[in-house]
Design a protein around this ligand. Structure first.
Ligand SMILES: Cc1ncc(C[n+]2csc(CCOP(=O)(O)OP(=O)(O)O)c2C)c(N)n1
Ligand SMILES: [Mg+2]
Length: 658
């Protein structure tokens, strides 16, 4: 191996050696513990240490690193006490996730490390968001994110690199090309010769680095970091290396040709470097023995600590509480000056006032800048706040949801506009797996609102008409808001932005320009989890939300003889079960109206809850009314019959008669 130490001090040369030695020795110990059944899974990074150590050593301690499952060296180089790592791997409280997640699936703000989720790719977009926050705050920092060559086949890789290139983000994309992704060799993973070749396609600098040569890694990354801090831009690095052990220990290496393993064993990053240091007279046998003794001592001492710690205790209320970050709701009352405005205006006004209130709030979305968004909600925002904070995005929902997460990690707030709620499926993974779970997993907030223009009745067909709130109410960790009126929308959006948890904010397109209301002009908030009782009656309870509220109102207006409680839920998560139960206890009859097709929707859960909690009060079976179990059709004649509006009265009368 060709080692060039120009410009690196002797101390640094030895420090790099010790930094590589530590994870190697920890791993050797872990392999023993694994055989003894004392730890569960192990993803080995043996043979790849130079990359973790070289990159982590080139970054300053206050620059974020986003490692993957083979980057133990990143964690040790950042100086995390070993007992905390060991406790993490044993699912104990001194780890980073209270036993809630395993291995390297955690982050820590204390050490500026943001760990992976199993899905691999979202990590890359999160790095974009972190780097964007640094760029906006002019902090002159680099963010380094790791991925294996296998995960570069995920769409997230493409999206994240493209976004970073378009926005000029200071991100180092570190691809560890170790020959395999689980059992899949690179020949079955991609067709280009080098992953670095893709850099050109993104308009991005890219370099190939010998990932087994610690000095090459450290020098090149160090040089790039210094340059990127001065001139922010993304750089793609492909580290050529090899995975010397199985994907994880249990899976073995049978499918890897012996010859390859032998070839790469000769290139071992640690052994070769030791030889070099010996030859240079920088490292003596005695020093080596001494270093190893120190590390063995550190490992043993810390292992004892971790083993001595008891298993995490299950505490149901703590488990439930930690799904969300505590939110100290500030009730800001509306002023008396009102104007008659549409739903669309109320949302725009609320968003604008929140932009004025929170200087760290950034809006991301497609066509939201000069164009003002397809529904014109952000019209005029660029003039008021600039394109840094009102940011057009490429068409890449997954990377943008991930970037929103990254902004939050790095101290910003983010509102992301889905152009249509239907398109959230392209950003589904980071939403339900990253943002929703991050607080429960490692106590990190996801201060993100995703605005969701949704709903049918607009003749827009299967991909521009869905109301997909049930995809999210299912997932612990998300909040779901669904206003039906301008007044509620304005106050609830302000609260959603104040709330540090991820909120899906549904805005019904058919109501945007058809529903007017007197709305206070100044900023105000409304609390989550409080339904609105719009009408009171003794005969029956109608529970609904969104467009359903207006269908029910129309129905009651046309049938004034019906004496009904009409409850507009306003937020679905949290759900105001108290208001629902109170109403049902009074009337004894419940009908739930939802726009979505029936199966698996909110109506079903509300029905089940009422059955469980109010059975003795019921005078009739709970009724649910929803759309047909089909996609949303385009033609008016089909859509009118798909939607439940026309069927509602019949069901309501049947229930009253029961
Ligand atoms: C979305 C997704 N698909 C598949 C997997 C299963 N899986 C976990 S790691 C891995 C291989 C990753 O290969 P690579 O990116 O090259 O990283 P390496 O393990 O080689 O370091 C696979 C297939 C996963 N965790 N997530
Ligand atoms: Mg790989």
């Amino acid at each position: 191996m060709n080692y060039l130490s120009k410009g690196i001090s002797k101390e640094k040369l030895l420090e790099l050696y010790r930094a590589m030695l530590k994870p190697r020795m920890i791993e050797e110990k872990m392999l023993i513990l694994l055989r003894q059944g004392k730890i569960s899974k192990w993803f080995s990074g043996i043979g790849q240490e130079a990359i973790s150590i070289g990159v982590a050593s080139a970054l300053t301690k206050d620059e974020y690193i986003l490692p993957m499952h083979r980057n133990l060296g990143v964690f040790t180089t950042r100086g995390i006490p070993l007992f905390r790592l060991f406790a993490q791997w044993q699912g104990k409280s001194s780890g980073f996730t209270n036993g809630r997640d395993r291995s390297f699936h955690f982050g820590t703000q204390e050490y500026k490390i943001v760990g992976m989720i199993s899905h691999l790719g979202p990590q890359l977009g999160v790095a974009d968001g972190i780097a964007l926050a640094d760029l906006l705050k002019k902090r002159q920092k680099v963010t380094a994110v790791f991925t294996g060559e296998g995960a570069t086949s995920e769409g997230d890789f493409h999206e994240a690199l493209n976004v970073a290139a378009v926005w000029g983000l200071p991100v180092l994309f570190c691809v560890e090309n170790n020959g395999y992704g689980l059992s899949t060799p690179i020949s079955e993973q991609f067709r280009c010769e080098h992953i670095a070749d893709k850099g050109k396609g993104y308009g991005m600098e890219a370099y190939i680095i010998n990932g087994n040569n610690i000095l090459e890694v450290y020098s090149k990354v160090n040089e790039l970091c210094e340059s990127i801090r001065k001139k922010p831009r993304p750089v793609l690095l492909e580290f050529k290396t090899f995975r010397m052990r199985g994907h994880e220990e249990a899976s073995g290496t049978k499918y890897v040709p012996k010859k390859l393993l032998e070839e790469w064993a000769a290139k071992d990053p640690l052994e070769n470097y030791v030889e070099y240091l010996h030859a240079q007279g920088l490292l003596s046998e005695e020093m080596e023995v001494e270093f190893k003794k120190e590390i063995i001592h550190e490992i043993d001492e810390n292992l004892q600590l971790a083993f001595a710690e008891g298993q995490v205790q299950f505490n149901e209320s703590k488990e439930l509480k930690d799904v969300y970050k505590e939110f100290d709701y500030q009730d800001i009352k509306p002023n008396n000056e009102t104007r008659n405005i549409r739903l669309v205006d109320a949302i725009s006004e609320s968003l604008k006032q929140s932009m004025e209130k929170h200087e760290n709030l950034v809006i991301l979305g497609q066509d939201i800048a000069d164009y003002g968004g397809v529904f014109k909600i952000t019209e005029g925002f660029v003039e008021a706040f600039g394109t840094d904070r009102v940011r057009n995005t490429p068409i890449c929902e997954s990377a943008i949801v991930s970037a929103a997460m990254g902004l939050s990690i790095n101290g910003m707030k983010c509102v992301m506009e889905m152009q249509f709620a239907d398109f959230v499926s392209s950003g589904f993974n980071p939403l339900v797996n990253y943002l929703a779970k991050v607080h429960y997993r490692w106590n990190e907030k996801a201060d993100v609102v995703v605005r969701m223009p949704c709903g049918g009745g607009v003749g827009a067909g299967p991909f521009h008409s869905q109301t997909n709130e049930a995809w999210f109410t299912k997932t612990p960790g998300l909040k779901v808001v669904y206003p039906a009126f301008p007044y509620d929308a304005k106050g609830l959006l302000a609260t959603a932005i104040n709330d540090p948890n991820p909120v899906l904010f549904f805005e019904h397109k058919a109501l945007y320009r058809s529903i007017y209301q007197e709305v206070p002009s100044a900023y105000y908030t409304l609390p989550f989890g409080e339904a609105a009782l719009l009408k009171e009656g003794e005969e029956v309870s109608i529970v609904t939300y969104g467009a359903g509220v207006h269908w029910a109102l129309e129905c009651l207006e046309q049938n004034p003889e019906i004496q009904a409680d009409l409850l507009d839920l306003r937020t679905l998560q949290p759900l105001d079960t108290f208001a629902i139960f109170e109403s049902v206890k009074k009337t004894g009859k419940l009908i739930i109206l939802q726009e979505d097709s029936l199966f698996g929707g909110i109506a079903s859960d509300i029905s089940a809850l009422v059955m469980e909690e109010c059975f003795e009060f019921l005078d009739a079976p709970v009724k649910r009314v929803g759309s047909l179990e089909t996609p949303v059709p385009f033609a008016k004649s089909l859509e009118n019959n798909y939607l439940p509006k026309e069927r509602f009265l019949k069901s309501l009368l049947e229930l009253i008669k029961y």
